[in-house]
Ligand binder design. Structure first.
Ligand SMILES: *Cc1c(COP(=O)(O)O)cnc(C)c1O
Length: 282
């Protein structure tokens, strides 16, 4: 059970569900989404295969679980620049330190290669698809929902930012008596709804807030850095890719007390802050 912190921001009370504190490398919503894998006995599997980008928080969380369980971890990416391969901080670097075996696939073959992954696995191998957007995630989010309910905070709104929307969607389904706010950090509202609809019918208590401006995922924005600093000032570090936009929407478009579910991702901040510095955004 992760703790709750109470903070005041712009004169409003927020409760922060500290899923960032579970462990250094396995934290945030990836910890929840990978709950089933974390519960799997070590002798059930000997290998996990996944794929995607090198900034991925899911990648790092998987590396951490495999390290702990003694499983091989194979991670496929498209071709990487030399600079990325040699980067000595950030999620990819940490994941390699935990045993991630990197395999690069030529860009032209990547898509076909990934869609054929499922065809050749034995029963000791688990494939985890990008972002962990699947039914497996539901079990862990059910546990999170129960923890929130048991806190009895007397506050009936929850917020958490979306990539695939898996976290916000299953949380809303598991907590019908709460309003769950989210915002799309990858793509627009329509794209988010499409992704969620592929998993389940979107319930009425899930409210998608639209950012006032179109942000491109993982790009540096001065308002994101300002929000990051403002949050750091009240004592909690959040990630620079998802959280700033969610907080901006919450502060501008809602006015009640809210439970913010910290989605993790702060291990990527060091390399992201370096990018802000290089771009002279302060
Ligand atoms: C993956 C991630 C999200 C998005 O989660 P989804 O379930 O894909 O919507 C949000 N915040 C952080 C820090 C993440 O790593």
């Amino acid at each position: 059970m992760t703790p709750i912190s109470k903070v005041t921001l712009d004169g409003r009370t927020f409760y922060i569900k500290r899923d960032d504190l579970y462990s250094k490398y396995l934290a945030g919503n990836k910890y929840r989404k990978l709950h089933s894998l974390l519960q799997t006995p070590s002798d059930t599997l000997n290998k996990v295969i996944s794929y995607g980008g090198t900034q991925s928080n899911a990648m790092l969380s998987l590396a951490s679980i495999c390290h702990e369980k003694g499983w091989e971890f194979i991670y496929y990416t498209k071709e990487l620049s030399q600079k990325l391969k040699e980067d000595s901080n950030g999620n990819f670097f940490y994941a390699k330190g935990l045993g991630l075996q990197h395999k690069e696939i030529q860009n032209d073959f990547y898509k076909n290669f990934i869609s054929s992954l499922d065809l050749h696995v034995d029963d000791k191998t688990k494939i985890v698809h990008q972002g962990g957007a699947d039914e497996d995630a539901r079990a862990g989010l059910k546990v999170l929902a129960q923890e929130i309910r048991e806190e009895n905070l007397g506050c009936k709104s929850i917020a958490t930012p979306s990539g695939t929307g898996t976290t916000a969607l299953f949380l809303a389904i598991e907590l019908p008596e709460y309003t769950v706010y989210t915002t799309p950090c990858v793509g627009d509202v329509e794209y988010l709804k499409e992704q969620m609809s592929a998993l389940s019918v979107i319930p009425d208590n899930l409210i998608i807030l639209e950012p006032k401006k179109k942000y491109h995922f993982a790009k540096p924005y001065s308002e994101f850095l300002n929000m990051y600093k403002k949050l750091l000032h009240v004592g909690i570090e959040f990630d620079l890719l998802y959280a700033p936009s969610m907080w901006e929407c919450l502060l501008e478009q809602t006015d009640e007390e809210v439970i913010y579910v910290h989605s993790g991702g702060i291990t990527g901040n060091k390399s992201m802050l370096k990018r802000y510095e290089n771009k002279r955004i302060t």
